[in-house]
Design a protein around this ligand. Structure first.
Ligand code: ATP
Length: 367
């Protein structure tokens, strides 16, 4: 396995009219599992294809281990890619599919090759399928074979391009656990692309969030969840999404007084929290962000609260999502024991430590 360094990577298409990836720099440690996530068209696949060598960057540099591989052909990079559509050879058996990549390495005897394939098949629990052809396998089995084929080559770097998207929800959960088990056992260095923020958050040692071809934030999943650098990341990470409320911001001594147009909303941030902002609060518009799971039901008239009518009560097991009739979508995640119905007026509150304040013009988190 190897450390991977991406420096100022850029990819343009159509003579520069499309910038798919812009000035992307990443350091991926040896043995680290990095997930890359973002909305459709944000440049995830292009980034992965540049790492694999299938796509040539317009500028920038990629290093794998000590080697600058920016201009090295895909087949000469010791990188394995696992795709959403499995990309197995339909006329070859599982054994042949797995052995195929090993044939390139001339210094391996036939016996050694067979032993490596069988050992890997055992690790992936597919040893009973070695003589089958891909079309005899289920989607989950095909993806195990595709993973096995990647592992058997012992690459420096694994690249995963939405590998679980074609599987049903249950299988996706078990394959996710399987990939994490392999990661723990083999210590693989991996870049895993997904559009599913939940998958990115649960699988990654580190999560990289892209939008419009640009890096928005990278960090441990909890760090990104708790301290989003901007409104895009705040809204993208977490489910249901962070609630946003337009607010006016007035300094009040050392405190900050926030007033929303909705629900007679008034919130005062104490000096301890108001003092977290590093820059002058000189924007004309701000957006308060608070996560549904941080909102709770309060007594009518409570300070630092928001009052609204419940539109929908959505049960989700032990909790209910309360959808409120504010101008922006606003959801509170509350215990299902709380007896509330659509049409009820409800007062909700949240702790100041769970408040994010974004400059509405730049999107930047100012607290
Ligand atoms: P998705 O989740 O939909 O697969 P993505 O995040 O993987 O999206 P990319 O496929 O990397 O996004 O595409 C990034 C941008 O580059 C998009 O605007 C896309 O239309 C554009 N793009 C990608 N490949 C090409 C190409 N070969 N020619 C022109 N434009 C391209």
């Amino acid at each position: 396995m190897a450390r991977v360094t991406v420096d100022a990577l850029r990819k343009e298409y159509d003579a520069g009219s499309i910038v798919a990836v812009n000035d992307l720099s990443l350091e991926i440690e040896d043995g680290e599992f990095v997930t890359v996530v973002g909305p459709s068209g944000c440049g995830k696949t292009t980034t992965l294809r540049m790492l694999s060598g299938l796509e040539q960057p317009t500028s920038g540099q990629i290093r794998i281990g000590d080697e600058d591989v920016t201009d090295v052909h895909a087949k000469n990079r010791n990188v394995a890619m696992v795709f959403q559509n499995y990309a197995l050879y339909p006329h070859k058996t599982v054994f042949e599919n797995m052995a195929f990549g090993l044939r390139m390495s001339t210094d391996m005897s036939e016996d050694e090759r067979e032993q490596r394939v069988v050992e890997t098949a055992e690790m992936m629990d597919i040893e009973g399928l070695l003589e089958d052809k891909p079309d005899e396998l289920s989607g989950g089995q095909k993806q195990r074979v595709a993973l096995g084929r990647a592992i058997v080559r012992e690459p420096d770097l694994f690249l995963f391009d939405e590998p679980l998207s074609n599987l049903d929800a249950k299988l996706r959960t078990s394959m996710r656990a399987e990939i994490q088990r392999l990661q723990n056992e083999l210590g693989i260095t991996a870049v895993y692309v997904t559009h599913d923020q939940h998958e990115a958050m649960t699988m990654g040692d580190r999560i990289v969030i892209l939008d419009g071809g640009e890096l928005q934030q990278q960090g441990a999943p909890t760090e990104v969840y708790e301290n989003p650098v901007n409104e895009f990341v705040g809204g993208f990470v977490g489910s249901p999404s962070m609630n946003f409320v337009d607010v006016a911001v007035e300094p009040d001594g050392d405190r900050l007084h926030l007033t929303g147009s909705d629900g007679g909303f008034e919130f005062t941030l104490s000096a301890a929290y108001a003092g977290r902002h590093e820059n002058a609060l000189d924007s004309s518009r701000y957006t308060l962000g608070v996560r549904p799971e941080n909102v709770s039901v309060a007594d009518a008239g409570a300070a630092n609260s928001i009052t609204a009518t419940i539109d929908v009560v959505e049960p989700v097991g032990s909790d209910n999502f309360l959808h409120l009739d504010l101008s922006e979508a606003f959801i509170a995640r509350v215990d299902s024991d709380v007896d509330l119905e659509p049409g009820d007026r409800v007062t909700l509150t949240f702790d100041e430590s769970d408040v994010h304040l974004f400059d509405s013009e730049t999107g930047r988190n100012v607290l």
